[in-house]
Design a protein around this ligand. Sequence first.
Ligand code: ADP
Ligand code: MG
Length: 579
Amino acid sequence: MTPIIGIDLGTSNSLCAVFESGQPTLIPNAHGSFLTPSVVSISADNHVLVGSAAKETRITQPDRCAWVFKRLMGTDRKVEIGGHVFNATELSSLVLQSLKQDAEAYLGQEVHDAIITVPAYFNDHQRNATKQAGELAGLNVRRIINEPTAAALTYGFHDRGAEKKLIVIDLGGGTFDVTAMEVFEGTLEIISTAGESMLGGEDFNDRLLSWALAAQKMQVELAEIKQPLLVSRLRQECEAAKCALSSQPDAAIRIPNQQGEIDQNSPVLTITGDQFKELVDPLLKRLARPIARAVRDSRIPPEEFTDVILVGGAKRMNVVHSFVRSFFGVEPKCSFNPDEVVALGAAVQAALIEDDQAVEDMVMTDICPFTLGTEISKEFGSRRSDGYYLPIIHRNTTIPVSREEIVCTLHPNQRHVMINVYQGEARKVEDNLFLGKLEVNGIPPGPSGKPVHLRFTYDLNGILEVEAYLPETGKKFSLVLTQYAKLSSANDLKAAVQKLQSLKFYPRDDARNLHLVRYAERVIGEISPFQRNELEAVIDNFEQSMGSGEREWFESAREGLLTMLSALGFDYSEDQKHS
Ligand code: ADP
Ligand code: MG
């Protein structure tokens, strides 16, 4: 039996883990790192690059790179990179393929099955798109689980005897989730979840970017079109400044020139921690709402939470840490590496599915994060008004769950009914998310008020199935809400698979060398023009040696490049540790 791998498919970084010898274990990528940046690039010779090498390319050739595409999951949006057009599902599948290869190299065998984590607040479209990305990557997606649930599984696994009330707050690159849960003798019960799928570390970068551009009398949208190289390098400067502010009182942002280059004479902006706090205050305010809602829904008074656990890379920001501390009045903690806890939990979930002995005393129950329901009309005296929402599965119900409601025909001799399915909390359907529709036809003629039984079933993957049943005829109708995700039909899926298969990938062994080349190319933009020629020659030499098959030449060329970089003040191996 091949093992099931657990994948944390993040906005910024993705990780992969497996359960082996009774423990969840992280799988290193070709660079020996556990974190693979969720960045895809297409090189000039039409090869796909995923991960840290692609991330370096993002600065020098932004038009050949795609990143933060997790934010586009489940939408129609297309991204063009290097002359190829992709949707977010396809881009995610390239990241998944790369993780699959890493797992196969690590395990020494083929991998077929995976568990993929998603933000708890991902809606039905986004979950389906994630599942399809897995399928496109050649993975059999055994389960989609919520990221905070996975984080909690890691806690539950390592601290089984505990009796705790936990709140997990996950601020990643692009999404924000809050989940309350109780742990009791190996039983882990998720109680409530709230979040925002459009709030994360990237938004903090964006605010810094707008601020830095405004100081140069520029506006983001315009600059992105007119000076893409300036913006891509400046974005990196802003992210570095944001991270630096996690450990120092102020940080410098160098302003690149139009070509995206920085040198000693580049203007420098300094931002203090207090200025940053003020700048991101609107974002901090947005964190408050989901936290308050998850706490309220859990019916646990805030002071009764024994552990407030902050995970995700963005938790390292002082402003976020102190915001959460002041909300709960206790010091938030994370006894595991906040970047790794979700992937490790996905591997624990794999062990639960595989009935591994090491988890036989563990039980976990999850919930549905949203209310799911249908559209109805209401009668006000003799007037009828459409567009009202009838909740069928309420948010925070334990899953899997199946609920039935009866709706009735409105008119005499009405032969069919359209069941519109929505997700959300609003009273009127127009303010909720439309998931799909199911046409019920063949209703026998007769008076109004004929019953149609509706059954909503929400499975452990967080995917909804709607069934309708006409008791009078015994006829059944059903709808699995996949057709509203992208690549719906079998044909679309086949075409996407063919398109992805036609792409060329660099051999996995080349990944480390390519990363060094991209890194050195990025450095070109940060040194004086006099040093540039010399560095370019050394990069050219290394690139040539890579394909030569001559070991000695290759090794001396690599050494030469590393030495040159270090002489220029860029310590490649140190930087890799922090990237
Ligand atoms: P995701 O799970 O969405 O991929 P991560 O949990 O890996 O995201 O978090 C990535 C985010 O964390 C990025 O926005 C990154 O800038 C931010 N981040 C990483 N390290 C730090 C730091 N030291 N200080 C502030 N933010 C950080
Ligand atoms: Mg994450």
